[in-house]
Design a protein around this ligand. Structure first.
Ligand SMILES: N[C@@H](CCC(=O)N[C@@H](CS)C(=O)NCC(=O)O)C(=O)O
Length: 317
């Protein structure tokens, strides 16, 4: 775990000294867009882009789901970093960097921008043509996958419909702050107060979500939208990782009837379960975060069956 400082990798845990023990996530820095717009440097082209992911990472997981749902598997290649992230950050191992056979993800960041400073995160959407990072922000990557390649694939499924954008964004904002990033705020807090705040805000939001999902099948409208997928990748990891490792333990997610049925439904959407690997995920979190779990012992639970029948196809008012 570390970051790039003045062109060099430095092994360093998150610094919470200046934020009263609170974990503050760094903004993603590569923010270019793939688009057909005139003058666009990055046009949608089959075989041009490569996605680097960790199967443990909820942010990267979103991009894998969109790659599946939008039938981009033959258009955008993918590779997976090693489960453990130790003193050199994300490691590529034998198959993690099929393009340049680099050892570490930080080398890829420096290849894209030798002056890059900061943390080295996944997902990374790489352009093989100009040999740079197009974008390393999952929200923007899934939106590109949602629409930029439609003409190439013929898949016009839309998870961010114009008519619902405002409501989707409002829901996303609360869910990002209190749930997606909320579990990290609890887990990476270094003072009791910062942890307490994150814990209460997280479970207030899960109570709100349980109520919302008792009245409607999906977060927004009558179909699955990006809001559901953005939430799903955090929820699927909850009992296996966040409940124990990040101390988000007021309840297990399986104790929320509507939320857990909702997770099962999303898991059972064709193609999605192939993007989930909770064993790899547990190894990543428990064996990489030495500050939180110095013994690196990976717990054997929680046993969950996301293939169990769900009740989400019932009538809603
Ligand atoms: N805002 C980014 C966050 C990506 C992110 O933080 N990924 C984590 C893995 S779950 C990471 O690579 N962390 C490495 C680090 O912070 O040093 C996104 O949504 O893409």
């Amino acid at each position: 775990m570390g970051l790039i400082v003045n062109g060099k990798w430095v092994d360093q845990w998150y610094d919470t000294d200046k934020s009263e023990g609170k974990f503050v996530r760094q903004d993603s820095r590569f923010r270019a867009q793939i688009s057909t717009a005139q003058g666009s440097q990055f046009k949608p082209e089959a075989g041009r882009y490569h996605l680097y992911v960790s199967l443990a990472c909820p942010w990267a997981h979103r991009t894998l789901i969109f790659r599946k749902l939008k039938q981009l598997e033959d258009v955008i290649s993918v590779s997976v970093v090693e489960a453990q992230m130790m003193e050199n950050g994300w490691e590529f191992g034998e198959s993690g960097d099929p393009l340049y056979h680099l050892d570490h993800a930080y080398q890829l960041y420096l290849k894209a921008d030798p002056s890059y400073q900061g943390r080295v995160t996944v997902p990374i959407l790489w352009d093989k043509k100009t040999q740079t990072i197009v974008n390393n922000e999952s929200v923007e990557i899934i939106r590109m996958f949602n629409s930029a390649f439609n003409e190439l694939t013929g898949n016009v499924d839309d998870y961010f419909p114009v008519a619902q954008r405002e409501e989707i964004e409002a829901v996303n904002t609360r869910i990002y702050d209190t749930i997606n990033n909320g579990v990290y705020k609890a887990g990476f807090a270094t003072t009791q107060e910062a942890y307490n705040d994150a814990y209460h805000t997280l479970f207030d939001s899960l109570d709100w979500l349980e109520n919302r999902l008792s009245k409607q099948r999906y977060l927004v409208g009558e179909n699955i939208t990006e809001a559901d997928w953005r939430l799903f990748t955090t929820l699927i990891r909850f009992d296996a990782v966040y409940h124990g490792h990040f101390k988000c333990n007021r309840n297990k997610l399986s104790e929320f009837h509507h939320i857990s049925n909702y997770v099962n439904e999303l898991y059972q959407v064709p193609g999605v379960k192939e993007t989930v690997d909770l064993e790899y995920t547990k190894i990543h979190y428990y064996a990489s975060h030495l500050t939180i779990n110095p013994t690196r012992i990976v717990p054997l639970g929680a046993t969950q069956n996301f293939d169990a029948p769900h009740d989400r196809d019932r009538q809603y008012f």
